[in-house]
Each structure stands twice: as C-alpha cells, then as structure tokens.
Design a protein around this ligand. Structure first.
Ligand code: SF4
Length: 425
C-alpha cells in the first residue's frame, strides 16, 4: 500500500518539473504554451499534495457532473477524479497498468471503463487521501456508478451521490441546482464544519466567470483557418477549468494562454505544416500517445480543431444575481462541460456535433468507440447512418482511450493514415 499521492508526486517531480525546465530553455513558439500548461498542472497538484498533509483541510474527490467552484467556497482542495488516469497514461504507463491490475484483482470486471478501473485501483492502492470526501453524480455512465461505492468502502470517507437529470433543458439544470442546495451544501457544511457563505461563493463564481469568458474567446479563435495553435495543446483551457475553475491560478493561466493565442491570430503566426484537413474529434481522444496529434498534423496535415468532450454547448457564464441563479448556472456548467454530455440522447448529441462541425469548419469526423463506454458504443449505429446520409466523412475507431494494450499507437496510426490517404485524399 503506497502513501497518498506518492505516485502522482513522483510523476510531478520526476517528469513534469524537468519537462518545464526543458521548455524554458527552448526558443520555440509552442514552448510558451506548454510552459503555461505545466506551471498550471504542477501548481494544482502540489496544492493537493500539501492539503493531504493537513488533516484539518479536506480534499474534495469529485466526479464529472460538477465543477470545482463550490468546493473552493468551503476552502477544500478539489481533485476531479476522471482526469486522474491521464496523469499516467502517456508517460508513466506502468503506474496506470498497476492501478488497473489492482482494480481487476479486487474483482472489477475488465469491461468496466478504464477510467473507473484506474481510479478504483488507485484508491485500493492508497493513492488518494483519507482527509477527503467523494461527491459523485449519476451521470455520465454505469462505470462511475460502479466505481464510487467501491471507493467509498475502500477509503471509508463521507460520500454523497447526486441524481443527474436525463434531459438537457434549463429546467433540468434548475432541478439539479436545487439538489445541490438541499443535499450538497448541507453535506459540505457537515464534512468541513463550515457554514455556507454566499458572498464567498459569489466571489469564486465571478472568478471562474472570468476564466470561462476567456475560454470561450479561445474556442472562437480555434475557428480561424489555419488553426493558430497545435492540437496537442488546444484542450488546455478546458482541462484547467474542469480541474480548478474559481481558483485565481486557473484564471491567470487561461489569461496567459488567451493572450498568446490572440497574438498568434493577430500576427498571423501559423503552425509549421500545411493544414489540409480540419477534424472534429467525437468522444474521447487517445491519451496514451502524447505524440499522436503532432504526428497527425505533420504526417497527414490533419488538425483536430475541436473535440466534442472538451467544449461547451451552453456558452453562458454563471448568473450571479442570487443563490438560485448561481446554483442553476453552476449545475448547468457541471452537466455541460464534462462527459456528462454523454447523457444527451443521440439526436441531441448529433445536433451538438454538427453545430461544432460547421462552426469549426471541419471536413471530417473521427469517432472513438471507447470499449467500456456503453454511451458512445450504443450510439454508433445511429451516428454512422447519420454521417453517411449527411455526406460527412467519418472514421470510427474501436480503442481504449487510456490503455494502449487494447489498440496500440501503431495500428491506431495505420487506421487514421488509411482514412486520410484514401477517403480524404
Ligand atoms: S468514457 Fe464513457 S464509460 Fe468512461 S467515464 Fe466517460 S462516459 Fe463513463
């Protein structure tokens, strides 16, 4: 049994920090963007590591379906569990495999989503702190509904399960927001021993609104053709927001990233390859191959300009008028910005996908059929027929987005290359 956050900090100190120092020595346009991303992640992970050593501080282990602002309002340090496996899948694969194997050895079936198997294995291996609590939601999927009760038992920490709505409208967000009011806020008061302070919550929401607006501006810049930045770094504003919305570090990192993207658009600085294709990536991207998007751009001239899961359908900051508007907006943002989008019915999913397809001026779609994800695999037939009827070139790839032992980089690249050199030629 390891110590909490031991493997995570080994990765931070052994890989992320040396990579940051290396980027600082590089005279390269893209290095600036990677420095912003690394500073942001290192700062966030060090903050969690520091909180673990203070028993009177709480670490909020939360699931997709929420964003972090409310946890900051109770002075907790948040860790979005579904982003955790990606810390290891590309650069410390042996740690990821170790966590997966720990979950399977404890009886979790291998057809459960690898995200959930990895976090369960990490919990069973002692990687998560016990001065913590879980907040989980019934969205997006079966896998998370299996994982959290097991982790609750392993860590023996307070846990709250929220019921996510099945529909997408504002009324559904209002209903979820009221549940946050009646269930989540009292839960947080009980686990932290602090009273809810609406002014503090408003302050944090206002902070996150600044980052949100900058992020929307950045997303708009991605509609510029050719794309102003490489695909491998374009998801940073979204990832940082999901992990730390409401923290001034998130706002500052997003502002720096925003300024750099806008400078590139203004000065017409382009990527050093010919952009022949603009790709919409539907569902999860392979996280096990850190060079994959670079390879797509350099070898095939294909840039992933938007991804269905790292974008935002509602495009509205949170209304801070009163507690109900704040909770409704907060609820909607949580449901909107993460894999909770997978609770969309297939028609809604396609409507959102096609809106992004046209907005970002794409000419093809890649859909990943992530094994273990019933949501996307179940929608495959309808999506395939829809794209065919609409004349949208679409490649469907079956893989595990975290685990290269299901489909490794080489056959993945072969499938993608075949698509761009035949259908898209
Ligand atoms: S990929 Fe699918 S199964 Fe895995 S966490 Fe996301 S929605 Fe759930």
């Amino acid at each position: 049994m390891g110590k909490p956050f031991e493997k995570t900090m080994e990765m931070v100190n052994g890989l992320a920090k040396p990579a940051l120092e290396l980027f600082k020595t590089m005279d390269d346009e893209d290095a600036k963007l990677f420095i912003i991303r690394l500073n942001d992640s290192i700062g966030r992970l060090e903050e969690i590591a520091a909180a673990i050593t203070h028993q009177n501080q709480k670490v909020a282990l939360f699931e997709f379906g929420l964003t972090p602002q409310l946890f900051y309002a109770f002075d907790c340090v948040p860790l979005c569990m579904e982003t955790f496996p990606m810390l290891f899948t590309a650069n410390r694969k042996e740690v990821f495999y170790e966590f997966i194997e720990a979950a399977e050895a404890a009886g979790l079936p291998s057809d459960v989503c690898s995200t959930d198997r990895c976090i369960v294995g990490a919990a069973l291996s002692g990687e998560f702190p016990t001065n913590s609590f879980f907040v989980a939601s019934s969205a997006p999927c079966d896998g998370t509904r299996i994982a959290y009760p097991i982790m609750k038992k392993a860590l023996k920490v307070p846990t709250l399960f929220l019921e996510a709505p099945y529909t997408y409208e504002k009324e559904a967000a209002h209903w979820y927001g009221q549940q946050i009011k009646t269930d989540l806020i009292p839960f947080l008061e009980a686990v932290t021993g602090k009273k809810f302070d609406i002014d503090r919550f408003r302050e944090i929401i206002e902070e996150s609104n600044k980052a949100y607006e900058l992020m929307l501006d950045i997303f708009d810049a991605y509609t510029v053709k050719p794309s102003p930045i490489p695909a491998s770094i374009s998801g940073f504003p979204y990832a940082s927001f999901i992990a730390s919305a409401g923290h001034p570090r998130n706002t500052e990192s997003t502002r720096l990233f925003h300024d750099e993207v806008m400078r590139r658009v203004k000065d017409d600085i382009q990527n050093p390859f010919e952009e022949k294709h603009r790709v919409l990536w539907c569902h999860v991207q392979p996280t096990f191959d850190g060079e994959f998007f670079k390879w797509m751009e350099e070898k095939l001239g294909a840039t992933v300009v938007t991804s269905m899961l790292s974008s935002s359908p509602i495009l509205l900051p949170i209304d801070t008028t009163d507690i109900d508007t704040m909770l409704e907006g907060y609820a909607w943002q949580g449901l909107d910005m993460t894999m909770s989008i997978m609770r969309f019915d297939t028609n809604k999913l396609l409507e959102f996908t096609m809106k992004a397809y046209h907005q970002y001026r794409c000419d093809c779609v890649i859909v990943t059929q992530h094994v273990g994800c019933n949501s996307i695999c179940g929608a495959a037939g309808l999506m395939r027929r829809y794209f065919h009827d609409e004349g949208v070139p679409a490649l469907f790839i079956e893989l595990d987005y975290n685990d290269d032992r299901v489909l490794s980089s080489e056959p993945l690249r072969e499938q993608v290359e075949d698509f761009f050199t035949t259908i898209m030629a």
